[in-house]
Design a protein around this ligand. Structure first.
Ligand SMILES: Cc1cc2nc3c(=O)[nH]c(=O)nc-3n(C[C@H](O)[C@H](O)[C@H](O)COP(=O)(O)O)c2cc1C
Length: 226
């Protein structure tokens, strides 16, 4: 059972319980964006039927499967990106490094549909290999995608797309793989907050053969026991 507020309380003297309809305005939206963090940013490049190049960031974005490979992003409302995808159902998801934060943010301005964000943000459109929309030349990695389905529920438009090609710049490649520190992806927090990667750790996944016969805690590496 949710508690009923007009808005979120300034402080909590008990755990917060809330549903999407409990608060007025965008309070629940801010709560969700503050809880599901950090989010990667898909910097989505599309093409209109008339050939106008569009570019906009979407942080309701992620990898969504691997056989076949899918990614997804969601638009709240029908923006130029969604309109374009109905005309040309392909896009490039450009990966945003911290160095591109200002240009990425600038491209989120509510430019009219006929204006090209590439030019306004001083970014270089580079042809893709398997899709018609352009890549951001300054980005260090790009995913070329073909739209499979757009799921519409009210104002939420979820784009599900197959990943058909990837590009990686040599500058972020080390020892046979993408080096996360070199890729330096911008991580989206709530509001206008962002973060870099910070501390990196490796944790080995356990195997049943080692876990069975123990009582869980015993098989867990000592430093991870609580
Ligand atoms: C970092 C960042 C992430 C964003 N994520 C989303 C998102 O997930 N969904 C959404 O609808 N708008 C999101 N926006 C807002 C859109 O980028 C903005 O409305 C933009 O003008 C849409 O452009 P378009 O009309 O060219 O598609 C985000 C903006 C920023 C700066």
């Amino acid at each position: 059972m949710s508690q009923s507020y007009d808005g979120p309380p300034a402080t909590l003297d008990r755990p917060l319980e809330a549903g999407p309809d409990d608060w007025q305005g965008r309070a629940f939206y801010f709560l969700m964006n503050a809880l599901v963090v950090p989010r990667p940013i898909g910097w989505i490049s599309t093409l209109s039927g008339k050939g106008v190049r569009n570019l906009a960031p979407y942080s309701h974005f992620n990898l969504m499967g691997s056989n076949p490979f899918y990614c997804a992003f969601a638009s709240t409302g029908v923006k130029d990106t969604i309109t374009n995808l109905r005309e040309v159902p392909q896009f490039v998801a450009n990966i945003v490094s911290m160095k591109l934060l200002e240009q990425m943010n600038f491209s989120a301005c509510d430019f009219p549909a006929e204006e090209e964000e590439f030019g306004w943000a001083g970014l270089t459109p580079v042809p893709a290999v398997k899709v018609r929309p352009f890549r951001v030349g300054e980005a260090k990695a790009h995913l070329e995608c073909e739209v499979a389905q757009i799921v519409v529920d009210g104002n939420t438009n979820i784009v599900l797309a197959r990943i058909v090609h990837a590009h990686v710049d040599p500058s972020v490649w080390k020892n046979g793989r993408v080096d996360p520190k070199l890729l330096d992806p911008a991580c989206r927090l709530a509001g206008s907050g962002y973060a870099g990667l910070g501390e990196l750790v490796n944790v080995q996944r356990p195997e049943w053969a080692n876990v069975k016969g123990s009582r869980g805690q015993e098989a867990m590496p000592r430093e991870e026991r609580r």
